[in-house]
Design a binder for this molecule. Structure first.
Ligand SMILES: *Cc1c(COP(=O)(O)O)cnc(C)c1O
Length: 376
Protein backbone atom coordinates (compact mmCIF):
# COMPACT_ATOMS: atom_id res chain seq x y z
CA UNK A 1 0.00 0.00 0.00
CA UNK A 2 1.24 3.48 -0.87
CA UNK A 3 1.89 5.85 2.01
CA UNK A 4 -1.35 7.62 2.93
CA UNK A 5 -1.37 11.36 2.52
CA UNK A 6 -3.88 14.01 3.50
CA UNK A 7 -3.66 15.28 -0.09
CA UNK A 8 -1.71 13.38 -2.74
CA UNK A 9 -0.68 15.93 -5.33
CA UNK A 10 2.26 13.88 -6.52
CA UNK A 11 0.27 10.91 -7.84
CA UNK A 12 -2.20 13.30 -9.43
CA UNK A 13 0.64 15.11 -11.23
CA UNK A 14 2.17 11.85 -12.48
CA UNK A 15 -1.04 11.09 -14.39
CA UNK A 16 -1.02 14.37 -16.33
CA UNK A 17 2.71 15.08 -16.23
CA UNK A 18 3.32 15.12 -19.98
CA UNK A 19 0.55 17.59 -20.68
CA UNK A 20 1.47 19.81 -17.74
CA UNK A 21 5.20 19.83 -18.48
CA UNK A 22 4.57 20.72 -22.10
CA UNK A 23 2.42 23.70 -21.09
CA UNK A 24 4.92 24.91 -18.50
CA UNK A 25 7.84 24.73 -20.91
CA UNK A 26 5.91 26.51 -23.60
CA UNK A 27 5.36 29.44 -21.22
CA UNK A 28 9.06 29.44 -20.34
CA UNK A 29 9.96 29.46 -24.04
CA UNK A 30 7.58 32.37 -24.65
CA UNK A 31 8.99 34.30 -21.62
CA UNK A 32 5.56 35.95 -21.29
CA UNK A 33 5.46 35.28 -17.58
CA UNK A 34 3.01 38.03 -16.71
CA UNK A 35 -0.38 38.23 -18.45
CA UNK A 36 0.69 35.85 -21.20
CA UNK A 37 -1.90 34.29 -23.51
CA UNK A 38 -2.66 31.40 -21.12
CA UNK A 39 -4.13 33.83 -18.61
CA UNK A 40 -6.73 35.04 -21.08
CA UNK A 41 -7.39 31.47 -22.24
CA UNK A 42 -7.89 30.34 -18.67
CA UNK A 43 -10.28 33.19 -17.91
CA UNK A 44 -12.33 32.15 -20.95
CA UNK A 45 -12.20 28.44 -20.14
CA UNK A 46 -13.15 29.08 -16.56
CA UNK A 47 -15.98 31.39 -17.62
CA UNK A 48 -17.40 28.58 -19.75
CA UNK A 49 -16.99 26.08 -16.98
CA UNK A 50 -18.55 28.08 -14.18
CA UNK A 51 -21.02 29.90 -16.41
CA UNK A 52 -20.32 33.38 -15.18
CA UNK A 53 -20.26 36.39 -17.47
CA UNK A 54 -16.90 37.63 -16.17
CA UNK A 55 -13.89 35.93 -14.61
CA UNK A 56 -11.00 38.00 -13.30
CA UNK A 57 -7.97 36.03 -12.13
CA UNK A 58 -5.82 37.26 -9.27
CA UNK A 59 -2.96 36.28 -6.98
CA UNK A 60 -4.77 34.10 -4.44
CA UNK A 61 -8.12 33.48 -2.77
CA UNK A 62 -7.57 35.95 0.03
CA UNK A 63 -6.89 38.73 -2.50
CA UNK A 64 -10.02 37.67 -4.36
CA UNK A 65 -12.14 38.33 -1.26
CA UNK A 66 -10.44 41.65 -0.58
CA UNK A 67 -10.76 42.85 -4.17
CA UNK A 68 -14.43 41.83 -4.24
CA UNK A 69 -15.11 43.94 -1.15
CA UNK A 70 -13.18 46.86 -2.64
CA UNK A 71 -15.12 46.63 -5.91
CA UNK A 72 -18.45 46.82 -4.10
CA UNK A 73 -17.33 50.09 -2.54
CA UNK A 74 -17.73 48.94 1.05
CA UNK A 75 -16.71 51.72 3.43
CA UNK A 76 -15.02 51.63 6.86
CA UNK A 77 -17.62 50.88 9.49
CA UNK A 78 -19.88 48.93 7.13
CA UNK A 79 -20.85 45.61 8.67
CA UNK A 80 -20.08 42.40 6.83
CA UNK A 81 -21.57 39.17 8.08
CA UNK A 82 -19.72 35.88 7.84
CA UNK A 83 -19.47 32.51 9.56
CA UNK A 84 -17.52 32.00 12.78
CA UNK A 85 -16.42 28.51 11.70
CA UNK A 86 -14.13 29.00 8.71
CA UNK A 87 -10.62 29.73 7.55
CA UNK A 88 -9.40 33.13 8.72
CA UNK A 89 -9.10 34.77 5.26
CA UNK A 90 -12.65 36.12 5.17
CA UNK A 91 -12.54 37.97 8.45
CA UNK A 92 -8.96 39.04 7.81
CA UNK A 93 -9.79 41.04 4.70
CA UNK A 94 -12.88 42.52 6.35
CA UNK A 95 -10.61 43.76 9.14
CA UNK A 96 -7.88 44.98 6.75
CA UNK A 97 -10.37 47.13 4.87
CA UNK A 98 -11.59 48.69 8.13
CA UNK A 99 -14.99 47.04 7.76
CA UNK A 100 -16.73 45.57 10.77
CA UNK A 101 -16.84 41.77 10.82
CA UNK A 102 -20.06 40.38 12.25
CA UNK A 103 -19.71 36.72 13.10
CA UNK A 104 -22.55 34.22 13.01
CA UNK A 105 -22.70 30.64 14.27
CA UNK A 106 -23.07 27.74 11.85
CA UNK A 107 -25.43 24.83 11.35
CA UNK A 108 -24.23 21.68 13.11
CA UNK A 109 -24.82 19.42 10.11
CA UNK A 110 -23.74 21.48 7.09
CA UNK A 111 -21.15 23.61 8.95
CA UNK A 112 -22.38 26.62 6.97
CA UNK A 113 -23.89 29.87 8.26
CA UNK A 114 -27.02 29.43 10.41
CA UNK A 115 -29.91 31.19 8.69
CA UNK A 116 -31.93 32.19 11.77
CA UNK A 117 -28.83 33.57 13.48
CA UNK A 118 -27.85 35.35 10.28
CA UNK A 119 -31.22 37.13 10.24
CA UNK A 120 -30.75 38.16 13.86
CA UNK A 121 -27.33 39.66 13.10
CA UNK A 122 -28.58 42.15 10.51
CA UNK A 123 -28.53 45.82 11.51
CA UNK A 124 -29.04 49.05 9.54
CA UNK A 125 -25.25 49.09 9.01
CA UNK A 126 -25.07 45.65 7.42
CA UNK A 127 -23.88 45.89 3.82
CA UNK A 128 -22.82 42.39 2.82
CA UNK A 129 -22.98 38.70 3.61
CA UNK A 130 -20.05 36.41 2.90
CA UNK A 131 -21.33 32.83 2.94
CA UNK A 132 -18.55 30.24 2.99
CA UNK A 133 -19.22 26.94 1.22
CA UNK A 134 -17.14 25.10 3.77
CA UNK A 135 -15.44 21.80 2.94
CA UNK A 136 -17.28 21.74 -0.42
CA UNK A 137 -20.75 21.99 1.10
CA UNK A 138 -23.14 24.70 -0.13
CA UNK A 139 -24.41 27.33 2.27
CA UNK A 140 -28.20 27.76 2.24
CA UNK A 141 -28.16 30.10 -0.77
CA UNK A 142 -31.91 30.01 -1.33
CA UNK A 143 -32.49 31.69 2.03
CA UNK A 144 -29.40 33.89 1.82
CA UNK A 145 -30.54 35.31 -1.53
CA UNK A 146 -33.98 36.03 -0.03
CA UNK A 147 -32.49 37.78 2.99
CA UNK A 148 -30.08 39.79 0.84
CA UNK A 149 -32.91 40.99 -1.41
CA UNK A 150 -35.09 41.91 1.52
CA UNK A 151 -32.35 43.94 3.25
CA UNK A 152 -30.56 45.17 0.15
CA UNK A 153 -27.27 43.43 0.95
CA UNK A 154 -24.45 42.26 -1.28
CA UNK A 155 -23.52 38.60 -1.37
CA UNK A 156 -19.87 37.63 -1.83
CA UNK A 157 -19.52 33.86 -1.98
CA UNK A 158 -16.34 32.30 -0.63
CA UNK A 159 -16.05 29.35 -3.00
CA UNK A 160 -12.41 28.55 -2.19
CA UNK A 161 -13.37 25.06 -1.01
CA UNK A 162 -16.29 24.34 -3.31
CA UNK A 163 -15.32 24.94 -6.90
CA UNK A 164 -17.43 22.83 -9.24
CA UNK A 165 -20.25 22.15 -6.80
CA UNK A 166 -23.77 22.93 -8.00
CA UNK A 167 -26.89 24.36 -6.44
CA UNK A 168 -30.44 23.73 -7.65
CA UNK A 169 -33.12 26.35 -7.01
CA UNK A 170 -36.85 25.68 -6.64
CA UNK A 171 -37.46 26.52 -10.30
CA UNK A 172 -34.96 23.75 -11.19
CA UNK A 173 -32.43 26.32 -12.25
CA UNK A 174 -28.94 24.94 -11.58
CA UNK A 175 -26.03 27.24 -10.82
CA UNK A 176 -22.44 26.60 -9.92
CA UNK A 177 -21.52 27.76 -6.43
CA UNK A 178 -19.85 31.15 -6.67
CA UNK A 179 -22.21 32.41 -9.38
CA UNK A 180 -25.31 32.88 -7.22
CA UNK A 181 -24.39 36.03 -5.30
CA UNK A 182 -23.08 39.36 -6.62
CA UNK A 183 -19.46 38.22 -6.69
CA UNK A 184 -17.85 34.81 -6.19
CA UNK A 185 -14.29 34.21 -5.07
CA UNK A 186 -12.05 31.18 -5.24
CA UNK A 187 -8.51 30.00 -4.59
CA UNK A 188 -6.21 27.82 -6.67
CA UNK A 189 -3.96 26.97 -3.71
CA UNK A 190 -2.39 23.59 -4.61
CA UNK A 191 -4.55 21.49 -2.28
CA UNK A 192 -7.87 23.05 -3.32
CA UNK A 193 -10.17 21.04 -5.62
CA UNK A 194 -8.77 22.98 -8.57
CA UNK A 195 -5.21 23.73 -7.52
CA UNK A 196 -2.25 25.16 -9.39
CA UNK A 197 1.45 24.77 -8.54
CA UNK A 198 1.70 27.84 -6.37
CA UNK A 199 -0.71 30.62 -5.46
CA UNK A 200 -3.64 31.68 -7.58
CA UNK A 201 -7.20 32.93 -7.31
CA UNK A 202 -10.19 34.16 -9.26
CA UNK A 203 -13.21 36.40 -8.91
CA UNK A 204 -16.41 35.94 -10.92
CA UNK A 205 -19.51 38.00 -11.50
CA UNK A 206 -22.38 38.45 -13.92
CA UNK A 207 -22.45 42.20 -13.33
CA UNK A 208 -20.65 44.31 -15.97
CA UNK A 209 -20.10 47.25 -13.67
CA UNK A 210 -18.46 45.15 -10.93
CA UNK A 211 -16.38 43.36 -13.56
CA UNK A 212 -14.96 46.62 -14.84
CA UNK A 213 -14.10 47.69 -11.29
CA UNK A 214 -12.55 44.29 -10.51
CA UNK A 215 -10.39 44.37 -13.65
CA UNK A 216 -9.17 47.79 -12.67
CA UNK A 217 -8.51 47.04 -8.99
CA UNK A 218 -6.40 43.91 -9.62
CA UNK A 219 -4.20 46.06 -11.84
CA UNK A 220 -3.35 49.08 -9.65
CA UNK A 221 -6.73 50.68 -10.27
CA UNK A 222 -6.01 51.49 -13.90
CA UNK A 223 -7.85 50.91 -17.14
CA UNK A 224 -5.59 53.03 -19.31
CA UNK A 225 -1.93 52.44 -18.49
CA UNK A 226 -0.59 54.86 -15.86
CA UNK A 227 -3.99 56.52 -15.36
CA UNK A 228 -5.27 55.37 -11.98
CA UNK A 229 -9.03 55.68 -11.42
CA UNK A 230 -9.30 53.55 -8.28
CA UNK A 231 -7.06 52.62 -5.40
CA UNK A 232 -5.99 49.19 -6.49
CA UNK A 233 -3.65 46.36 -5.68
CA UNK A 234 -1.21 44.24 -7.63
CA UNK A 235 -2.72 40.78 -7.76
CA UNK A 236 -2.12 38.52 -10.74
CA UNK A 237 -2.31 34.89 -11.71
CA UNK A 238 1.10 33.98 -13.22
CA UNK A 239 1.05 32.77 -16.81
CA UNK A 240 2.64 29.46 -15.76
CA UNK A 241 -0.11 28.89 -13.19
CA UNK A 242 -2.78 29.73 -15.76
CA UNK A 243 -1.23 27.24 -18.20
CA UNK A 244 -1.33 24.54 -15.50
CA UNK A 245 -4.92 25.40 -14.65
CA UNK A 246 -5.94 25.14 -18.31
CA UNK A 247 -4.89 21.50 -18.17
CA UNK A 248 -6.32 20.73 -14.74
CA UNK A 249 -9.68 22.42 -15.38
CA UNK A 250 -10.45 19.69 -17.94
CA UNK A 251 -10.21 17.13 -15.16
CA UNK A 252 -12.02 19.06 -12.43
CA UNK A 253 -15.35 17.26 -12.75
CA UNK A 254 -13.57 13.89 -12.67
CA UNK A 255 -11.54 15.01 -9.68
CA UNK A 256 -14.70 16.06 -7.84
CA UNK A 257 -16.34 12.76 -8.73
CA UNK A 258 -13.37 10.85 -7.32
CA UNK A 259 -13.74 12.82 -4.09
CA UNK A 260 -17.49 12.12 -3.97
CA UNK A 261 -16.89 8.40 -4.47
CA UNK A 262 -14.28 8.33 -1.73
CA UNK A 263 -16.67 10.21 0.57
CA UNK A 264 -19.47 7.77 -0.12
CA UNK A 265 -17.16 4.90 0.70
CA UNK A 266 -16.28 6.50 4.04
CA UNK A 267 -19.96 7.33 4.69
CA UNK A 268 -21.07 3.75 4.20
CA UNK A 269 -18.45 2.55 6.63
CA UNK A 270 -19.14 5.16 9.32
CA UNK A 271 -22.86 5.92 9.11
CA UNK A 272 -24.06 3.41 11.70
CA UNK A 273 -21.89 4.51 14.58
CA UNK A 274 -23.31 6.84 17.20
CA UNK A 275 -19.87 8.19 17.94
CA UNK A 276 -19.45 9.54 14.41
CA UNK A 277 -21.55 12.07 12.54
CA UNK A 278 -20.91 11.69 8.82
CA UNK A 279 -21.17 14.62 6.38
CA UNK A 280 -24.65 15.31 5.02
CA UNK A 281 -25.34 15.60 1.32
CA UNK A 282 -28.16 18.08 0.74
CA UNK A 283 -30.99 17.50 -1.76
CA UNK A 284 -30.52 20.77 -3.56
CA UNK A 285 -26.75 20.83 -3.93
CA UNK A 286 -23.75 18.70 -4.69
CA UNK A 287 -20.96 18.39 -2.14
CA UNK A 288 -17.51 18.41 -3.71
CA UNK A 289 -15.73 17.20 -0.57
CA UNK A 290 -12.78 19.51 -0.34
CA UNK A 291 -12.58 17.90 3.09
CA UNK A 292 -14.16 14.79 4.50
CA UNK A 293 -14.99 15.87 8.02
CA UNK A 294 -16.52 13.78 10.78
CA UNK A 295 -17.99 15.12 14.00
CA UNK A 296 -16.93 12.86 16.85
CA UNK A 297 -19.34 12.30 19.75
CA UNK A 298 -18.35 11.24 23.24
CA UNK A 299 -14.82 10.36 22.29
CA UNK A 300 -11.55 12.21 22.68
CA UNK A 301 -11.01 13.69 19.24
CA UNK A 302 -7.38 14.56 19.89
CA UNK A 303 -6.64 11.02 21.04
CA UNK A 304 -8.27 9.67 17.87
CA UNK A 305 -6.06 11.95 15.83
CA UNK A 306 -2.94 10.82 17.73
CA UNK A 307 -3.97 7.20 17.30
CA UNK A 308 -4.40 7.61 13.55
CA UNK A 309 -1.07 9.41 13.31
CA UNK A 310 0.59 6.53 15.17
CA UNK A 311 -0.81 4.26 12.43
CA UNK A 312 0.74 6.52 9.77
CA UNK A 313 -2.62 8.03 8.88
CA UNK A 314 -2.62 11.82 8.67
CA UNK A 315 -5.75 13.50 10.02
CA UNK A 316 -6.36 17.20 10.49
CA UNK A 317 -8.51 19.51 12.53
CA UNK A 318 -10.15 22.21 10.43
CA UNK A 319 -10.51 24.42 12.44
CA UNK A 320 -9.38 24.11 16.05
CA UNK A 321 -10.19 27.69 17.18
CA UNK A 322 -13.38 29.63 16.31
CA UNK A 323 -12.71 33.06 14.82
CA UNK A 324 -14.27 34.88 17.79
CA UNK A 325 -11.73 33.24 20.11
CA UNK A 326 -8.69 34.07 17.97
CA UNK A 327 -6.29 36.53 19.53
CA UNK A 328 -6.12 38.77 16.45
CA UNK A 329 -9.92 39.09 16.27
CA UNK A 330 -10.66 39.52 19.93
CA UNK A 331 -13.62 41.83 20.27
CA UNK A 332 -15.67 43.06 23.21
CA UNK A 333 -18.82 42.07 21.38
CA UNK A 334 -17.94 38.37 21.62
CA UNK A 335 -17.04 35.98 24.40
CA UNK A 336 -16.65 32.29 24.96
CA UNK A 337 -20.02 30.56 24.76
CA UNK A 338 -21.54 32.95 22.21
CA UNK A 339 -21.25 30.53 19.29
CA UNK A 340 -22.05 27.13 20.79
CA UNK A 341 -22.13 25.15 17.55
CA UNK A 342 -18.80 26.47 16.29
CA UNK A 343 -17.26 25.95 19.72
CA UNK A 344 -18.57 22.36 19.80
CA UNK A 345 -17.33 21.69 16.25
CA UNK A 346 -13.88 23.08 16.87
CA UNK A 347 -13.52 20.57 19.71
CA UNK A 348 -15.00 17.57 17.91
CA UNK A 349 -14.33 17.65 14.15
CA UNK A 350 -11.69 15.58 12.44
CA UNK A 351 -10.88 15.54 8.73
CA UNK A 352 -9.64 12.31 7.16
CA UNK A 353 -7.41 11.96 4.10
CA UNK A 354 -9.40 13.14 1.07
CA UNK A 355 -8.04 13.59 -2.43
CA UNK A 356 -8.46 12.40 -5.98
CA UNK A 357 -6.02 9.50 -5.76
CA UNK A 358 -7.25 7.69 -2.62
CA UNK A 359 -7.25 3.94 -3.10
CA UNK A 360 -9.84 1.53 -1.69
CA UNK A 361 -7.06 -0.33 0.09
CA UNK A 362 -5.97 2.88 1.80
CA UNK A 363 -9.54 3.76 2.74
CA UNK A 364 -10.16 0.26 4.11
CA UNK A 365 -7.13 0.67 6.34
CA UNK A 366 -8.18 4.17 7.49
CA UNK A 367 -11.71 2.92 8.21
CA UNK A 368 -10.41 -0.07 10.15
CA UNK A 369 -8.21 2.13 12.32
CA UNK A 370 -10.99 4.66 13.03
CA UNK A 371 -13.39 1.88 13.99
CA UNK A 372 -10.75 0.13 16.13
CA UNK A 373 -10.38 3.35 18.09
CA UNK A 374 -14.07 4.10 18.60
CA UNK A 375 -14.91 0.48 19.48
CA UNK A 376 -12.13 -0.02 21.96
C1 LIG B 1 -8.03 28.62 1.03
C2 LIG B 1 -9.13 29.51 1.47
C3 LIG B 1 -9.09 30.90 1.29
C4 LIG B 1 -7.87 31.64 0.85
O1 LIG B 1 -7.25 31.21 -0.28
P1 LIG B 1 -5.69 31.53 -0.51
O2 LIG B 1 -5.50 31.26 -1.96
O3 LIG B 1 -4.91 30.62 0.36
O4 LIG B 1 -5.46 32.95 -0.17
C5 LIG B 1 -10.20 31.64 1.63
N1 LIG B 1 -11.30 31.07 2.15
C6 LIG B 1 -11.37 29.74 2.38
C7 LIG B 1 -12.61 29.17 2.94
C8 LIG B 1 -10.28 28.92 2.06
O5 LIG B 1 -10.36 27.61 2.29
Amino acid sequence: MEQIMMVDLHSQYQKIKEEIDREIFSVIESTQFINGPSVKTFQDNFKNYIKAKHVITCGNGTDALQIAMMALGLKPGDEVITADFTFVATVEVIALLGLKPVLVDVDSETFTIDIEKLKAAITPKTKAIVPVHLFGQAANMKEIVKIAKQHNLYIIEDTAQAIGAEYTFENDKVKKLGTIGDIGCTSFFPSKNLGCFGDGGAIFTNNDEYAEKLHSIVNHGMKVRYYHDNVGVNSRLDTIQAAILNVKLKYLDNYNMARQNAAEYYNNAFKNFDKLQTPVVQDNSTHCFHQYTLVTKNIDRDKLREYLNSKEIPAMVYYPVPLHLQKAYKDDRYKKGDFPVTEMLSKSVISLPMHTELEKEQQDYIIECVLDFINE
